[in-house]
Design a protein around this ligand. Structure first.
Ligand code: ADP
Length: 229
């Protein structure tokens, strides 16, 4: 059962700039998929259509069996609960502790304090930040800050996690660790879609790869067809 389906999706920005052109693919629940391609290929745009930061110019995006064209108004916030988002610059609240940052999506859902505390501790353990709950983001390394961003994106157990260049600022060994965290999510019920231009890293992960070039889906490579990096 697909968790995500793009059906002939095009996006033209004012300019006019064609960012995506008739892109079609489906992603099954439980899959981890990479989107790669040159700078300007359309990777960010593809992700932005999923959490409704942008709307397609033509075509249909289906999430589970939800047609995103019909998600409007207050339904947008509800839709976004099902999609965890990790950004390159993690967008943490600088004056709030690690625990407060991670708790935010649960607070917004109105979850009880005791339950929030339990969930936040457990997720911080899982991303390797047990014991750093009270730290402020600026007291953490770049890799640790990215882990906080990931913890916040997955704490509410979204159906799909999307990440835009999540390792853009990290060295190769930290990048591999972050990718390993993502790779562990599908077995817990969260599918994962990661945009990255780091071809070597993407190849090492041995997952399905969608290749964008000038807004077109140029290739859709199965893990077993990836050449060794
Ligand atoms: P990538 O993430 O692969 O670098 P983007 O999706 O950011 O690619 O960009 C695809 C194309 O769309 C590029 O030509 C870019 O300049 C253009 N673009 C992206 N966002 C906007 C925008 N908000 N307004 C106008 N053009 C945009």
């Amino acid at each position: 059962m697909p968790v995500l389906r793009f059906d002939s999706v095009s996006k033209v920005y004012p300019g006019p700039r064609t960012a995506l052109e008739a892109v079609s693919f489906a992603m099954d629940a439980g899959e981890m998929v990479f989107v790669t391609g040159h700078s300007g290929a359309g990777k960010s745009t593809l992700l932005r259509l999923i959490h409704l930061a942008e709307r397609p110019s033509r075509g249909t995006v289906l999430f589970d069996d939800r047609n995103l064209a019909s998600v409007r108004g207050s339904a947008i916030a509800r839709h976004r609960r099902d999609v965890g988002v990790v950004f390159q610059n993690h967008q943490l609240l600088t004056d709030r502790s690690v625990a407060d940052n991670v708790a935010l999506p649960l607070v917004l859902r109105g979850m009880k304090r005791a339950e929030i505390g339990k969930r936040v501790r457990s997720i911080l353990e899982r991303v390797g930040l047990g014991g750093r709950e009270r730290a402020l983001p600026e007291q953490l390394s770049a890799g640790e800050q990215q882990r906080v961003g990931i913890a916040r994106a997955i704490v509410a157990e979204p159906t799909l996690l999307i990440a835009d260049e999540p390792t853009g600022n990290l060295d190769p060994s930290l990048s591999t660790e972050i990718m390993a965290l993502f790779a562990a999510l599908p077995e817990r019920g969260t599918s994962v879609l990661v945009a990255s231009h780091d071809i070597a890293l993407v190849k090492r992960m041995k997952k399905r790869v969608l290749v964008l070039a000038n807004g077109q889906l140029e290739d859709d490579i199965a893990p077993e067809d990836l050449a060794d990096a």
